[in-house]
Ligand binder design. Structure first.
Ligand code: TXA
Ligand code: MG
Length: 339
């Protein structure tokens, strides 16, 4: 099939495809999503097929307003309402208990809970309103690959497999939303994102569990998505922990007989001489720009088949850095460059 590219002014046409049970990729402030009508089981099943995603991995339901959440979820807690007020629209996904049979098992992966998110992107909020239905959307990448932060990334993975894509340019945050589980006794972050644990704690006045995303190989993960291979480019990624490790890392790179990609901030790239077999990709100036560029950099080097290894800069695991390091650790399979 031909994948039509829509501009934000053309949401009505894109919404018609959603209503017809077709797949349309959509922009958010974090990454692009792969959209389908959340109430159309056949359409939702196609999402898994297009991505090659395991069908027990539940999807986020994207909504344009809170009443839509209340249609499906059990009454929202005071904490949930405070968080909605503080962070929606924005990169915070919340997991709520559902009313019985409110959403199909194809959406929930058979769980009695579902993840809801109100994305901060006007084109997509207009798309949801025009379609008149909430839209499920995993990240619009082939399962296992880095999430897409531009329409071109989506087309690279899904051109010809989906009916359309709403193109609103590069995304602003670059790492996926924080996933906060509010279905149990204590709020728990299942996936770190731009909304941090301390920001959430400040709003609800309650401790938030944050260790949930460290899942051992034999444990059953709380967020089913966490057990799968993620963000893995074709090249092997090595994390370079400290700015002072770069001279040694680049000296090592220069001794290899292969091409090596280097992902680092401008400060690192200007302070260090790159060997001839290294190619640079700038992560900008700080953890914000690095988070925005991380997946784009991994994808960039994937298109260059001669690049076999990638050296990538670490940041402190604080604030947005926790989300950045979570994604970088997964893409590297926890592999660090050691001096
Ligand atoms: O920023 C984002 O969240 C992007 C944009 C498109 O909204 N979406 C996204 O979706 O990253 P996805 O499907 O790639 O990741 C959703 C994560 C998965 O790890 C999934 O297992 C988890 O949320 N999840 C979804 N529903 C859940 C539930 N009911 N209980 C536990 N985890 C859930
Ligand atoms: Mg994903």
């Amino acid at each position: 099939m031909e994948t039509k590219v829509f501009k934000p002014a053309e949401v009505t046409a894109a919404a018609k495809l959603i209503q017809a049970g077709q797949l349309v990729a959509f922009p958010t402030e974090t990454v692009y999503g792969l959209g389908a009508d959340a109430t159309n089981v056949a359409a939702v099943k196609q999402v898994y097929q297009a991505k090659g995603r395991p069908s027990d991995n539940p999807l986020i339901v994207h909504v344009a307003d809170v009443p839509t959440v209340e249609r499906f979820a059990k009454p929202l807690s005071v904490a949930a309402k405070k968080l909605i007020k503080a962070f929606w629209p924005g990169p915070l996904t919340m997991i709520f208990n559902l009313k019985p049979d409110a959403l199909a098992p194809a959406v929930t992966g058979g769980l009695t809970t579902a993840a809801f998110r109100n994305p901060n992107n006007d084109a997509t909020l207009n798309l949801i309103r025009a379609a008149g239905t909430p839209i499920v959307g995993p990240s619009a990448n082939t399962s296992g690959k880095p999430s897409p932060t531009t329409a071109q990334h989506v087309l690279h993975d899904l051109d010809g497999k989906i009916a359309g894509i709403l193109d609103d340019g590069p995304t602003k945050v670059g790492v996926e939303s924080t996933v906060l589980d509010l279905s149990g006794q204590q709020p728990a972050i299942l996936r770190p994102g731009a909304v941090t644990a301390s920001e959430i704690e400040a709003v609800i006045g309650e401790r938030v569990l944050t260790e949930q995303h460290h899942v051992g190989a034999t444990e059953v993960p709380k967020a089913p998505g966490m057990k799968y291979k993620h963000y893995a480019p074709d090249a092997q990624v090595y994390i370079v922990d400290q700015p002072t490790d770069w001279p040694a890392a680049l000296a090592w790179a220069g001794r290899q007989s292969i091409q090596i990609g280097v992902m680092a901030t401008d400060a690192i790239l200007t302070a260090n001489q790159l060997p001839a077999n290294c190619e640079r990709f700038s992560l900008g100036s700080n953890v914000q720009s690095a988070s925005r560029e991380l997946f784009a950099g991994l994808r960039h080097f994937d298109t260059e088949t001669e690049i076999k290894d990638i050296l990538c800069q670490a940041f402190d695991s604080k604030g947005l850095g926790a989300a950045y390091m979570n994604r970088l650790n997964k893409s590297a399979g926890q592999t660090h460059f050691s001096v």
